[in-house]
Ligand binder design. Structure first.
Ligand SMILES: [Zn+2]
Length: 93
């Protein structure tokens, strides 16, 4: 019997280790550029906690981790994705 160990990854914001399936993956795909949850290439992960989502430096941290710049189009998609896990009527407070 093969034991399945969870794949652990570190959140770029809080630097805590989580099971990969509990994180949102952002990948710099070799062909398609920045992708959410899919793609092959350098990846960064963010956990679904409010603290990390509201981190004002999160985009900078992602850019540093991915060694690329993120365009506003991607940031928009990313924010929609992450807010779908967290609904905060008082966002920004
Ligand atoms: Zn985090």
């Amino acid at each position: 019997m093969i034991r399945q160990n969870p794949v652990m990854r570190i959140c770029v914001s809080c630097r805590k280790t989580y099971d990969r399936k509990d994180l949102i993956k952002i990948t710099k795909d070799h062909k398609q550029g920045i992708m959410l949850k899919n793609g092959m290439g350098r990846s960064a992960y963010i956990c679904k906690s409010k603290k990390c989502y509201l981190d004002s430096k999160i985009i900078k941290k992602l850019q540093k981790a991915l060694r690329t710049s993120l365009d506003t189009e991607f940031i928009d998609v990313f924010e929609k994705e992450i807010t779908s896990y967290n609904y905060y009527p008082n966002k920004g407070i």
